[in-house]
Design a protein around this ligand. Structure first.
Ligand code: XUL
Length: 529
């Protein structure tokens, strides 16, 4: 009988999930969330970030404060005995980087349990703000890195992705160019994931291959830092990066700070990973075949892969999977951002949004929207702007259907390179609670869509995946090699699932509309890329 803790530091907040495993009896006993804007107003974030043109950053101190507060909440949970938690792991928004100066190792190793964490970390950062995945300001650095390594496809073959503005390598290169003194004063560059694990461990934690592959710095096949990619990024970088280690590595035990401040026992602090790699585990997609679609701030489509196949168009990514092997990922920035924008523009709530989807026909009478409210990742659109074709901007219902159809068609078109027919999709994230959206997904992909409705709300699969990874790593460290199917059993398949089947007439409509959508997209790219 044991408890395992999963944490998730996403763009907008910090979540904790505690699972309880007692033989075959397995359940989630607590899920608690903090919202950065609401619960940490002193940092002045909007949707968890600070924006300045193409620059988008957040505060690493805010993430530390949120970690401190959520650990306190977990320790006070009525159904959880903190002394019986065996292991903790976590999930972090990918690509974001944290810059620590020379004093960090001493400060982390000697945190005082009587003082709040944040106050003790004030002086450890060599860069106060952390660039996050929404940052689009490093186009020049991306091209320079690609040129040095033989072009976008060569870089994708080496690291799993061409250079993307939000990836950590281009972000580091820009920092080294803009602020050489700040870069010089940086002793360690962490990802959001490895930074938070380091706070739990009281010492530098490793980066795992799941999150490491979102940096344009790791050789995707050997899972080591690539000397060529490091050289193309910034001088002296290797010494500033933590080690790359398997996702199930136990970094250390939870440090004295957490044990004495909140009453935790001898807890294994397991390497954290990125939110998408953790979602792969939390959605139970550990074998090649089914895919997952997460409808969150950004929408992502992902699935396990045995071998690293590279998208020839270089729009997508190959990451290491935290369950071993690889995973594919296609990321769309205009996810709930775009859905909320259309909803708000027409003064609607989610009930009215769903009603509009019910009242409008599949295919929207040929109306098409390219929903680029913000710069888009897939396809790469740096100059945003919504395009409408046969679509009246004031027609609320048609615009709502258009944004959902556009998102699903773009996902279907840009995941074709993975090969094989998609038969089953596991939908996760906030918007997966909306059956009308799931119907459009099923019809566009011509696939069964499954979503979990446990406890009446969509589960945070990244956070659940982190808790399951803690469970797996703890058993492995105790000498018990548990197959992943057994690790996730009872958590990722629930009896409270909704299943949505494709409607053949709609499938036929979208087969045709997808061709038109792809053509509109290609035309628009000529003027926006
Ligand atoms: C993935 C990506 C986002 C972030 C935030 O490449 O940029 O999905 O991980 O969720």
């Amino acid at each position: 009988m044991a408890f395992y803790l999963g944490l998730d530091c996403s763009t907008q907040g910090m979540t904790a999930i505690v699972i309880h495993v007692d033989g075959q009896t397995r359940r989630v006993v607590a899920e608690r969330s903090l919202n950065f804007d609401r619960d940490f107003p002193e940092f002045g974030t909007t949707s968890g970030v600070h924006r300045d043109g193409l620059r988008v950053t957040s505060s690493p101190l805010m993430w530390a404060d949120a970690l401190d507060r959520v650990m306190g909440i977990v320790a006070r949970e009525p159904e959880v005995n903190p002394a019986e938690i065996k292991a903790v792991s976590g999930s972090g928004q990918q690509h974001g980087s944290v810059y620590l100066g020379a004093t960090a190792p001493t400060v982390l190793a000697s945190l005082d349990p009587r003082q709040p964490l944040g106050r003790q970390l004030q002086g450890v950062f060599s860069r106060a703000e952390s660039p996050v995945w929404m940052d689009e300001s490093t186009t020049t650095q991306c091209r320079a890195i690609e040129d040095a390594l033989g072009g976008p496809l060569a870089l994708a073959e080496l690291t799993g992705s061409r250079a993307f503005e939000r990836f950590t390598g281009p972000q580091i290169r820009r920092f080294a160019e803009d602020d050489p003194a700040g870069y010089g004063a940086t002793r360690r560059i962490h990802l959001v994931s490895s930074f938070l694990c380091s706070l739990l461990a009281g010492a530098d934690a490793p980066i795992d291959p799941g999150d490491g592959s979102g940096m344009n710095l790791m050789d995707i096949r050997t899972r080591r830092w690539s000397p060529q990619a490091l050289a193309a990024t910034a001088a002296g970088l290797e010494q500033k990066l933590p080690a790359l280690r398997d996702s199930w590595t136990v970094a250390s035990s939870l440090s004295r700070y957490w044990r004495e401040r909140y009453g935790f026992g001898d807890v294994r602090a397991v390497a954290w990973s990125g939110d998408n790699p953790c979602s792969l585990v939390g959605a139970g997609l550990i074998r090649e075949g089914a895919i997952g679609i997460s409808l969150g701030t950004s929408d992502t489509l992902f699935g396990s892969m045995r071998e690293p196949r590279i998208d020839p168009s270089c729009a997508s990514h190959v990451f290491g999977s935290p369950a071993g092997g690889y995973m594919s990922l296609v990321c769309f920035r205009n996810g709930s951002l775009a859905r909320e924008r259309v909803r708000d523009d027409h003064g609607m709530d989610w009930a009215a949004f769903s009603q509009s989807l019910r009242e409008t026909p599949a295919g929207n009478g040929g109306a098409i929207m390219l929903p680029w409210f913000e710069p888009e990742i897939t396809p790469s659109v740096l100059k945003p702007g919504v395009r409408r074709f046969n679509l009246d901007p004031s027609d609320a219902s048609a615009n709502i259907r258009a944004v959902i159809e556009a998102q699903m068609m773009a996902m279907s078109i840009h995941s074709g390179w993975m090969g094989g027919r998609v038969q089953r999709i596991r939908a996760t994230g906030g918007a997966s609670a909306n059956p009308e959206i799931l119907q459009v997904m099923a019809d566009v992909f011509d696939a069964e869509v499954v979503a979990s409705t446990s406890r009446g709300a969509a589960v945070n699969t990244a956070c659940l995946g982190a808790a399951l990874r803690a469970f797996h790593a703890d058993r492995l460290a105790a000498g018990e090699e548990m197959p992943w199917e057994e690790v996730v059993a009872g958590f990722t398949e629930s009896t409270t699932e909704v299943r949505v089947l494709p409607i053949p007439q709609h499938v036929a409509v979208y087969r045709e509309l997808k061709t038109q959508y792809a053509a509109r997209e290609r035309d628009a790219m000529g003027t926006s890329g």
